[in-house]
Design a protein around this ligand. Structure first.
Ligand code: NDP
Ligand code: 2IT
Length: 476
């Protein structure tokens, strides 16, 4: 090749590279625009629902490139349809308090998507509840339920009623009034609610009793029931246990284990309690728990015996986590979250947006190698993106906390069969489901560099089954 030929070849190469770069930058510009346009519509249609916007954005951001290479979903506007609830039910709940005074709250049920099974998802009783929170939860539930591999659609409900400080009788009267309206919209083959923040065994019992009375039907219309009337063994433990099983799966990809690890947990309710129990059983050291007043830091580690105190304190006495610090002589840090405490693993198990970008940086700076969400959307977008950037093992709630709804699905199966499986059988099924959710994340989330982006994996893995069912069922 002479000098001129060489120059020509070099020029051609440069032109080719330049054209490719231009094409890539145009394509990414186009993607940004599409995402922007999509989010503009979401915000316009759902004004003021910040948590819903956040949850939809996180899914849309990771799904858009997948939709580009699968035009059948795009053409049928599957993402737009998934982000629009099938139905939103909103109603007044009147009840009488112990002083005989009239009280009024607002009740909701969001029936988000039933392409792959009856609507399924919890009820949240918390004063912060409004449409935006329940729509984000219902949206997430669609993907989560699909990931479990069980036939469950997505829904969520609740109320701004605050069970804190209410007597058992007040809670019962509220639940009965709430169910008078809710019962018109749910059913064992239509929509099956369960617990979430502020709704545990006590509330599910009152709700079930009232449904039974109104319909004269003993059916599996709610899950999380007591074992005496159709509940499943392991359901109370399932979300926390499942989250920790998921952590074991993630650690195994790096040939590591929970044994010997220091674990920071937020919350001290249902999910946090059983996440702590499983970590302790697997030889990890749990050093924090929290509630909305602050967190306790027990440097020596929370033992099973100390955890039993927490369970009694929270589930029976309905007390505050501060009392743990008083009893065991450890630190209580008021009005703060525990993310500044040095740890190997962090399990946010309290509520949405409880871990922000600064917290995420503190965690990685302190050497944290894994974060698994027991709560729904506890990490802000900034925090989640930081974990992904740092390539630590980061599991979004829709993957790692799916064990709760999975065992709810198993409760529905047992109710239909009219029999009960043993503790070991349910636990083995739960483990199997968490393993298969992890495998879905790896399948759809592993990037070219071999690192798994669990957010992408969970979003695409959860989407495909629902999307294919929607395509098959036509425009309904
Ligand atoms: P609980 O009501 O049993 O416990 C909630 C815990 O979180 C309490 O310690 C509570 O403290 C704390 N908390 C709640 N709201 C806030 C807040 N705004 N700020 C600070 N702390 C708060 O609920 P669960 O354990 O059932 O639920 C915890 C999380 O797990 C939620 O995000 C829920 O959606 C999610 N989840 C639950 C499942 C389940 O099966 N129960 C399944 C999957 C996910 P305090 O008592 O002071 O309010
Ligand atoms: O967020 C959740 O997955 C739950 N609160 C549990 C839902 C259920 O139906 O068990």
């Amino acid at each position: 090749m002479n000098k001129n030929d060489k120059l020509h070849t070099e020029n051609m190469k440069m032109t080719f590279i330049f054209m490719r770069l231009k094409k890539t930058s145009m394509a990414s510009k186009q993607k940004v625009t599409e995402l922007d346009l999509f989010m503009k519509q979401i915000k316009k249609k759902n004004p003021g629902e910040q948590e819903f916007h956040q949850a939809v954005y996180e899914v849309a951001e990771t799904l858009m490139p997948f939709l580009d290479s699968n035009p059948k979903y795009k053409q049928a506007k599957i993402l737009e349809r998934i982000a629009e609830p099938d139905r939103v039910i909103m109603f007044r709940v009147g009840w009488l308090d112990d002083k005989g005074e009239f009280q009024v709250n607002r009740g909701f049920r969001i029936q988000m998507n039933n392409a792959i099974g009856p609507y399924k998802g919890g009820l949240r009783f918390h004063p912060t509840v409004y449409l935006g929170i329940l729509k984000f939860l219902a949206f997430e539930q669609v993907f989560k339920n699909s990931l479990t591999g069980l036939p469950m659609g997505g829904g969520k409900g609740g109320t701004d009623f605050d069970p804190k400080g209410k007597s058992d009788n007040e809670v019962m009267r509220f639940c009965q009034s709430f169910m008078i309206e809710l019962s018109k919209h749910i059913g064992a083959d239509t929509d099956v609610p369960a617990g979430d923040i502020g709704v545990g065994g006590r509330e599910i019992g009152f709700l079930f009793g009232q449904y039974k009375r109104l319909r004269n039907e003993f059916t599996g219309v709610l899950t999380g029931k007591s074992i005496d009337f159709g509940g499943s063994l392991i359901r109370p433990e399932a979300t926390g246990f499942g989250t920790v099983y998921f952590v074991e799966e993630m650690l195994a990809t790096r040939k590591d284990k929970i044994k010997g690890k220091t674990v920071v947990i937020s919350g001290s309710g249902n999910v946090a309690q059983y996440a702590a129990e499983k970590v302790i059983a697997l030889g990890g050291k749990v050093v924090t728990l929290s509630d909305s007043d602050g967190y306790i830091y027990d440097e020596k580690g929370i033992t099973q015996e100390k955890l039993e105190f927490v369970m009694q304190l929270k589930n029976e006495k309905r007390g505050r986590i501060k009392e743990y610090a008083e009893k065991y002589g450890c630190q209580f840090i008021p009005r703060k979250t525990p993310w500044g405490v040095k740890c190997d693993i962090a399990l946010p198990c309290a509520t949405q947006n409880e871990l922000n970008g600064d917290d995420a940086k503190k965690l990685t700076r302190n050497g944290c190698i894994a974060v698994a969400e027991g709560a729904n959307m506890p990490s802000t977008l900034e925090a989640a993106n930081w974990f992904i950037k740092k390539e630590i093992l980061y599991a979004p709630g829709k993957a790692s906390n799916a064990g709760g709804v999975a065992v709810s699905g198993l409760e529905m199966s047992q109710n239909s069969l009219r029999l009960s499986w043993t503790r070991d059988e349910v636990d083995a099924r739960l483990k199997g489901i968490m393993k298969s959710i992890h495998a879905s994340c790896i399948k759809y989330g592993t990037d070219a560099n071999g690192v798994c982006n669990y957010v992408k994996g969970a979003n695409i893995g959860g989407f495909v089954k629902v999307a294919d069912a929607m395509l098959a069922q036509g425009l309904v």
